[in-house]
Design a protein around this ligand. Sequence first.
Ligand SMILES: C[S@@+](CC[C@H](N)C(=O)[O-])C[C@H]1O[C@@H](n2cnc3c(N)ncnc32)[C@H](O)[C@@H]1O
Length: 420
Amino acid sequence: MQRIQELHERISMLYQQLTLSGENILHIERPQPLEMLDIDCLLVKGENLHSLARLLSSRDSVFDFCYIDPPYNTGNAFIYEDRRFGNFTSVWGKHSKWMSFMLPRLTLAHELLNEQGVIAISIDDYEYAYLKILMDAIFGPDHYIATLIVNRSKNGKGSKPHVAVNHEYVVLYGRSPSSILHGLPEADSSSYGKSDEHGIFKIDGLFRKKGEGSLREDRPSMFYPLYFDEGGVVYTERVHERLKETYPIDSKGIERRWLWGKEKATQESWKLYASPKGVVYVKNYLTDGKRIKIRSIWDDARYLTERATNEVKHIFGDKVFETPKPLGLLEDLLSCAAGPNSLILDFFAGTGTTAHAAFSLNQKDGGHRKVVLMEQKAKIPMDHIARSHGFSEISDLTEFRLANIKQNASSYKYATVDII
Ligand SMILES: C[S@@+](CC[C@H](N)C(=O)[O-])C[C@H]1O[C@@H](n2cnc3c(N)ncnc32)[C@H](O)[C@@H]1O
């Protein structure tokens, strides 16, 4: 109870600090524990602020990864409310209402993530800066990991006069400095153009230290000669006369140092390769299941919104939802941020892409990722196309997708719970 009280105070304090005005929705009471059954996905139907608060009091800080795709505040008439424009009396201007909406939800999400947890948030230009301010206030600027730029369409939107914007963002924060990303599987083996008796490898990392602490005087014992032959084989002693000598001296003639001491270099010299000019590299071998650091620009046909629309049409038989995310984008986000046994949270679930991606990734890598989805029971507008397909509440769409997964994989287990 005290914890919830503290949280309540913290949110109120943040409200004051940010001088936000808006809805007052902080009725956080101690509810009954919400049991997580032995299932692949739990769909919590209802207002996500209440669902998050309930989850917090029953399950403290259990989530490894949280992905959300909140309303972007476009003002468009979607199946869900996407118009939250405040007045200009506060410093946040029109954005204050959207910030007030997001702040308590993000605060609760922060509390629900475990120490290594990571959160990924989709957003576009309109609220990006305001989201960043909220996240810095709640998660802390030191826990900001990166902003990914995702190419979402080939031609971009035509609504701006001078630029056809075809990207959006995924903002990543960690719960603590120990939050990690696992990278993505190396997809392009064609760049591994060299081979030796240890496997195929590429040359992309200098053995000469760069940047801070890289000078000879920083580590004098790591400045020593290396010898190499015409085939690029590296030795720490001149074992025969024809070998050429090289030192860690850069192109400007500055004396730097190697990455390893002479003893390690002698034992592991097979991992080194020298170019004909005597530049020494550490071989980068292609190993089974090798993962590489993610890049900040995500550009792949699997991330295009038109993909997501086609996926929705395929599953639901029509375009029953305007803003779905593509399965490929979620699969890759989960792959790098949610390990095989992760517990994942998405509290703006929409059509349930996150659960679908977790299922699909589990199929591929034998993982046991479990997902908690939250989606509101808001009534779908009478004239919306989803109505003609028999859906009356938005969370019906989420549930339909889960049922669809189960139809194709009978062992898939999901449950739903209503939060009032
Ligand atoms: C941008 S959509 C998410 C789409 C989703 N990523 C997908 O792939 O289908 C945002 C979703 O959040 C839901 N939502 C908005 N406000 C909510 C609230 N207060 N509680 C629960 N769900 C909410 C909307 O109904 C909508 O389905």
